[in-house]
Design a protein around this ligand. Structure first.
Ligand code: UDP
Ligand code: MG
Length: 307
C-alpha cells in the first residue's frame, strides 16, 4: 500500500504525521510506503523529509522544483506510487491517520474507491462552510458526474483506478471529479476533520476561487452553453424590439428613443462581456493544455524505490 502526502511548509506537522501514519498502518500489518511530495516548501520540510527517508526505508520523498499546488503535488505522488492501493491524505493531520484501517477494510470488501466525506470541520468558519455548501450545489447542477459535498482528497483508490487516472494528463485538475468520473465500485465513509495540528491553511480565498472554477470548467460545458441560450433569448427580444420601433416609426410616433436604445445597448453590452469572460476562461485552459508541458518537475527524489 502507498500513502501519498502533499506537503507545503509543514515542518511542524511532518514528524507527528509520520509517527501516526506508521502506527496506523503497522496495526494492520501490511507492506507499505509513505510518499511525501514536497510542493516547493520554503521552510525546513525538505530537510526533515530527507532525514526521514534515511531513517526509514518505508519513506520516499519527491521534492518538486517549485510550488505546483496541492492537486499537482498529489498527482506526482500518485504517479510514483507502487502499492496495490493508494491512499492520499493531507499532511496537517486534518485527515486522521487512525482512519486508514477503515479505508483498507472497505477496500478488502471489494471497493475500488473509498472516498471520505468531511462531516464538519472544527476550524472552518461560517464563510468557508456556506461557500462550500453553495459551491457543491452549483457544481452538481452543472457537472455530469456527482461530486459529494464535503468530499476531500482523503481517499483510497485501487491500483486499477490508479492506472486509469495516470492516463488523464490535464493541467487544471479537480481530482475529486476525475476519480468520481472514472467509475468502478465506489463507496464513501464520513469523518469529522479536526483542527490543523500546527501551522496555517495554505488556501487563500483567491486560491479557493481558482480551484472552484477549475472544478466547474473542467467538468462542464454548461457555462458555454448558457451563453448560447441567453443569446437566443436576447436575440428574440431584439427582434420584437425592432418590430416595435419600426411600428412606431410607421405610425408616425417618432419616439424620443433614447431610453430604449440605452437599455438595449447596456443590456447586450453587459451580456456580451460576461460571456466573453466565460469563453476566455475556457480558452485560457486550452492555452495551458496545448503547451503540453509536464504537470510538474522534480528537484530531487529521496528514498528507496522498492518496485
Ligand atoms: N499543500 C500543498 N501545496 C499547496 C497548498 C497546500 O501541497 O500549494 C498541502 C498542505 O501542506 C497540506 C494539504 O495540501 O498537506 C492541504 O492544505 P491545507 O491544510 O492548507 O488546506 P485546508 O485543509 O485548509 O483546505
Ligand atoms: Mg488542512
Amino acid at each position: 500500500m502507498s500513502v501519498v502526502v502533499p506537503v507545503y511548509n509543514e515542518q511542524l506537522n511532518i514528524e507527528k504525521f509520520y509517527e501516526e501514519v506508521t502506527r496506523a498502518i503497522q496495526s494492520i500489518n501490511m507492506n507499505y510506503e509513505i510518499i511525501f511530495v514536497d510542493d516547493g516548501s520554503r521552510d525546513s520540510t525538505p530537510l526533515l523529509l530527507s532525514r526521514l527517508t534515511q531513517q526509514d526505508d518505508h519513506v520516499r520523498a519527491f521534492i518538486l522544483a517549485r510550488n505546483f499546488g496541492h492537486q499537482l503535488a498529489i498527482t506526482c505522488g500518485m504517479d510514483h506510487a507502487a502499492g496495490d492501493a493508494v491512499i492520499t491524505m493531507d499532511g496537517d493531520l486534518q485527515h486522521p491517520p487512525v482512519m486508514i484501517p477503515d479505508l483498507v477494510q472497505k477496500w478488502r470488501e471489494g471497493y475500488d474507491v473509498v472516498q471520505t466525506v468531511r462531516q464538519a470541520t472544527d476550524d472552518a468558519d461560517f464563510f468557508k462552510k456556506t461557500t462550500s455548501k453553495w459551491y457543491y450545489k452549483l457544481l452538481n447542477a452543472v457537472s455530469p458526474v456527482h461530486i459529494t459535498p464535503g468530499g476531500s482528497d482523503f481517499r483510497l483508490v485501487d491500483k486499477r483506478v490508479m492506472e486509469t487516472f495516470k492516463l488523464f494528463r490535464e493541467h487544471d485538475r479537480f481530482i475529486r471529479g476525475m476519480i468520481g468520473g472514472i467509475g468502478y465500485k465506489q463507496t464513501s465513509i464520513s469523518f469529522i476533520a479536526p483542527k490543523r495540528f500546527a501551522g496555517q491553511s495554505k488556501f487563500s480565498v483567491r486560491k479557493m476561487m481558482h480551484f472552484a472554477l477549475d472544478g466547474i470548467t473542467a467538468y462542464s460545458k454548461i457555462p458555454l452553453r448558457i451563453s448560447f441560450y441567453v443569446g437566443m433569448v436576447s436575440g428574440f427580444f431584439s427582434v420584437l424590439m425592432i418590430l416595435h420601433v419600426l411600428y412606431c416609426d410607421f405610425m408616425g410616433e417618432a419616439t424620443p428613443g433614447w431610453t430604449t436604445t440605452m437599455v438595449v445597448v447596456c443590456l447586450l453590452g453587459g451580456l456580451q462581456l460576461i460571456f466573453i469572460g466565460v469563453i476566455g476562461e475556457y480558452i485560457g485552459r486550452i492555452f495551458e493544455e496545448v503547451k503540453q508541458r509536464p504537470l510538474y518537475w522534480l528537484r530531487a527524489e529521496l528514498g528507496k524505490n522498492k518496485k
